[in-house]
Every structure is written in C-alpha cells, then in structure tokens.
Design a protein around this ligand. Structure first.
Ligand SMILES: Cc1cc2nc3c(=O)[nH]c(=O)nc-3n(C[C@H](O)[C@H](O)[C@H](O)COP(=O)(O)OP(=O)(O)OC[C@H]3O[C@@H](n4cnc5c(N)ncnc54)[C@H](O)[C@@H]3O)c2cc1C
Length: 480
C-alpha cells in the first residue's frame, strides 16, 4: 500500500486547485468563482450579485432561493469582497451570492448607524465622514463588506477595542428556514454569538446596527526599539486613553531578522476652526510604498531598504496630522501584487503579550526556512472577546499579521502548509490562537485545540440549520 502524508496530499490537492490544472468542465465554465488568493477556483451552480435591496422584495427573493436550494440539497454561501483566502465565501456547486449594496443610515443621537451587510467600509466612511463621524473598528483596509467583517469578527488597529463584533449592537439574520430574527446581546443572544465570527454558517446577515465615534485629527508618533522591549511598551500605550490608534512593525531582513521594532501611535489633536478635511482614498506618496514593498521579493537589500524607509524615512515623509477617517480609508490596492506567478498569503496569530518574546524566538526558527518570501509583520492590539463562540481572543492579545509572497506552484503550496502547521503549533504552545479567514492549512487537531467550542458550534448549527444549507469550503475542510 502506498502511504501519502497529509502534507503531500494537501500539496497535490493544492496543485489541482492551482490554475491551469483546475480548468472546469464545459458545463461549469461560465460559473467559476475565486477569492483574493487566486488559489480557490470553485465551480458554483449559480451566482447572484445582489446590488439592490428593496427590503421586502429582497427578503422574499432570498426566502425563495433558500427554499429551492434546500429542495435541491445545494449549499448556499454569501460573500462580499471575497478577500478571505480559503473559499470561506464559496461552496462547490452551491448557490453563491455576493452582497454589494451601499446603504447606511445614521442615528446621530444614539451614535450608531445601520448599514446593509453588503456595504463596503469605504462606503460607510463616505456616509459618516460628512456628518463628522467615524467607524470604531475595521480592518487595515476599507474594501471589505461590513456583514463579512462581522462574520469573520475582524479586528482593527484603533485602541482599546476588541474585535469588530464588540462594536455591533444588533444584526438581522435570515435563518435557513426563512425566519428573520434580530440578534443582539439581549435578544437571540445565542445566535448573535454564533453568527459573530461564524463565517455565514448560521444564516444570512441582512444589516447591522453599529456604534460610531466622532471623527478627529490625529498626530503620529514613531518609536524604534529592540524587539524584546516591544510587548511591554505596546500594551502600556494601547491602554493609554490618549492613544487612539496603534500598530507595530518588525524588520524582516535575514541579517537581523525580527530584532528591531517600530511602534507607531496616534493621539488626538485640536480641530481647526475651519473643520476637518474630507476623507479620501488618495495615497499621498502615490505608488512609491507599493514599489518599495514589492522590491523586497527575492532581495535582502530590498528588505533592508524597506525597513530603512519604515523606521527612518517614513516619519519625515508621512503627511503628519491626519483625520481618523483618512487613516481607516486605505484601499487594498495600495500594496497590490501584479505578478501573475505569485500570490500574497496572509497569516495571523494572536499571542498572549507575556509570551510575545517566546513567539518571536519561535518565528526566528521557523520563518527563515520557508520558501515563500516573508514580506511583512504588523502588530496590533486586540481586547478580550467572550461573545463570539469561535473566539480567537480569550484574553487580550497581540495580533501578528504576517504577509508572505508565494509562488503559484505545487511545491510552494506544500511548503506553505508545513510553515503554517509549525507556526500554529508554536502559538498553541504559548496559549495563543490563529485566525480562520486565510488558507485552510491547519490540522484537525489544531482546530480543536485552539477553538475548543467548535463542538458546541457544530451542535448548534445542526439545531438551527438541520439541512446544512449554509456551507462553504471552510466548513467542508475543518468542521464537516
Ligand atoms: C489585504 C488584507 C488585509 C486584511 N486586514 C485585516 C485586518 O486588519 N484585520 C482583520 O481582522 N482581518 C483582516 N483581513 C482579513 C479580512 O478581514 C477577511 O478576509 C474578511 O473576510 C474580508 O471581508 P470580505 O468582504 O472580503 O469577506 P468574504 O471573503 O466575502 O466573506 C468572509 C466570510 O463572511 C461570510 N459573509 C459575508 N457576507 C455575509 C453575510 N451577509 N451574511 C453572512 N455571512 C456573510 C462569508 O460567507 C465568509 O465566510 C485582511 C485581508 C486582506 C486580504
């Protein structure tokens, strides 16, 4: 009998999933969707791009779709920007829906807004900015859908906050049987916790009621320090009420790998009498940051130059005082890969601050051996979240967001799987966790160790969705 290791098998499957080997059959050719990684071409039965929501009409249409899909035993999966990287918003031969509706209504006195789940963050900012408001928590980029952000329970870099779910008051959720329910911490609280970070597996989110804050001017401050000093200083500043936004970076050139840290904080400034400048997505330095970032690939010199730009030049080149909304409004395109032979793969690990030194020591052992190019690690602060069933922050955490540039070839896929397994083992041994919206490379034992409530998640899914209507590639790979 020929024995094939899981790693080899996954690498082979990865190869099958990579173009051009995965060309669909003729019948499927019209309907193959992919996600931001480009590594998940998935044939779907149908794709509905939802761009209009006339409330009752959409709900009725959705109910009809759910009924038909259930009768045909087809999976249903809703997505927005499809920047998750493992088919979390795609089901093979299922019904795919893309929510893309721009609708936001403000309640200034309650300091909340109600947004359609398909609204992208840059659209939310465009609604809030003229009224002098700003979102509380969102990802580092503004391209993503707000319902999707709740479904992965993303975190941001405003401080001191937990993940996005901690700023959401309520959602309206359409269940598998067509029932529409409002979920919050006091109404259908159980479903609220399952849907928060629940990857669309409990129902379709129609809209969300979310907290907002005043927009304001912020002044940056840059500090460089040995990486070993970073965690203590970072946690202290992240909990300083004067600090509104905070992030860190580490150097990635091999000669001094992860030895130095940059800590950037933003504090409030007095608003000028003339008011705040309007939010924009314009990059003050044009394409320069992208070119410097990309020049790191296959080049140690490029990595050292980029670090020089980050630590020494950026404080002078940065435009200085900036509005909160401008900081939050960055498009993904700012660093985009344009090489068709490569793809950018993100990883993210949530580390208990007191174990951060051990985490760095482990990364120094594991990452330099990887065949993919390690381009960046950004550090964020995430407050504890006990609402989401699949929480990744059972205690306050330092989030390490890593970016690799991977060649689109089978052997690089196999190597990425091995690197991911090692990094997950490392973070698990330190009491931390990893983030689910990226490649599906965790082993089953790693999922159950880091997400012990997955058993309850599965049980309750069976209760609320007995026909297993809401499914996606992550469900099939990790949970089914
Ligand atoms: C460049 C880049 C930067 C990133 N930065 C961060 C960051 O700073 N912080 C962070 O936490 N994450 C970050 N991420 C991860 C990101 O938050 C997730 O990939 C997120 O899913 C992206 O949103 P999307 O609109 O692309 O979601 P999609 O990939 O379209 O969907 C994600 C999940 O949400 C579900 N879903 C979508 N809409 C609905 C709905 N209406 N009802 C029910 N379920 C729904 C989908 O089924 C799927 O499971 C980043 C990713 C990239 C590529």
């Amino acid at each position: 009998m020929i024995k094939i290791s899981r790693r080899k098998a996954l690498a082979v499957l990865g190869a099958i999933a990579l173009p051009p080997a995965a060309l669909p059959t003729k019948a499927q050719q019209r309907l193959v969707l992919n996600d931001a990684s480009g590594l998940n071409p998935t044939p779907v039965f149908s794709h509905w791009h939802v761009q209009k929501d006339e409330e009752k009409t959409l709900i009725e249409q959705l109910r009809r779709e759910l009924k038909e899909a259930a009768a045909a035993k087809r999976a249903v999966s809703v997505g927005a920007a499809r920047h998750s990287m493992g088919g979390q918003a795609l089901a093979r031969n299922g019904v795919a829906m893309t929510f893309d509706v721009n609708r936001v209504e403000l309640d200034r006195s309650a300091k909340t807004y109600r947004a359609h789940a398909g609204t992208r963050w840059h659209q939310v900012i465009a609604h809030l900015d003229p009224a002098g408001f700003s979102p509380l928590v969102l990802q580092s980029n503004a391209d993503f859908g707000i319902g999707a952000t709740f479904s992965v329970n993303a975190h941001g870099w405003a401080t001191p906050h937990g993940p996005f779910g901690s700023t959401v008051r309520s959602i309206r959720l359409l269940l598998a049987d067509g029932t529409l329910v409002t979920c919050s911490r006091t109404e259908n609280a159980e479903l609220f916790g399952h849907a928060m970070g629940g990857y669309g597996l409990f129902g379709i989110i129609l809209d969300l009621e979310v907290e907002m804050v005043e927009n304001q001017l912020l002044r940056p401050h840059f500090d460089v320090m040995p990486a070993g000093d970073f965690a203590t200083r970072f946690i202290q500043l992240a909990n300083d009420p004067a600090v509104r936004m905070i992030y860190g970076r580490l150097n990635v050139a091999r000669t001094a790998f992860l030895s130095e840290a940059l800590l950037v904080t933003f504090r409030g400034e007095t608003t000028p009498v003339s008011g705040l400048p309007p939010a924009s997505q314009k990059a003050p330095l044009g394409d320069l940051p992208r070119r410097v970032y990309r020049a790191q690939i296959d080049s140690e010199r490029g990595k050292s130059f980029r670090w020089f730009m980050e630590r020494s030049a950026a404080p002078y080149l940065a435009s200085g005082i900036v509005t909160r909304n401008n900081l939050l409004n960055k498009p993904v395109a700012g660093l985009r890969n344009r090489d068709p032979r490569r793809t950018d793969i993100l990883h993210e690990y949530f580390v208990p601050p007191e174990r951060f030194g051990d985490f760095l020591a482990g990364c120094r052992r594991i990452i330099p051996k990887a065949q993919a190019e390690f381009l960046n690690v950004t550090l964020r602060h995430v407050k504890k979240d006990m609402t989401s069933t699949l929480t990744y922050a059972g205690t306050d955490r330092i989030a390490a967001v890593m970016s690799f540039s991977q060649r689109i070839e089978p052997r690089f896929e196999g190597d990425m799987i091995a690197t991911t397994e090692q990094l997950i083992d490392l973070v698990a041994s330190l009491g931390g966790s990893f983030y689910l919206p990226y490649r599906l490379h965790a082993r089953p034992d790693q999922i159950s160790r880091i997400y012990p409530d997955v058993v309850r998640f599965f049980d309750r899914k069976r209760h609320f969705d007995p026909g297993m209507l809401f499914r996606n590639t992550m469900w099939e790979t990790y949970f089914a």
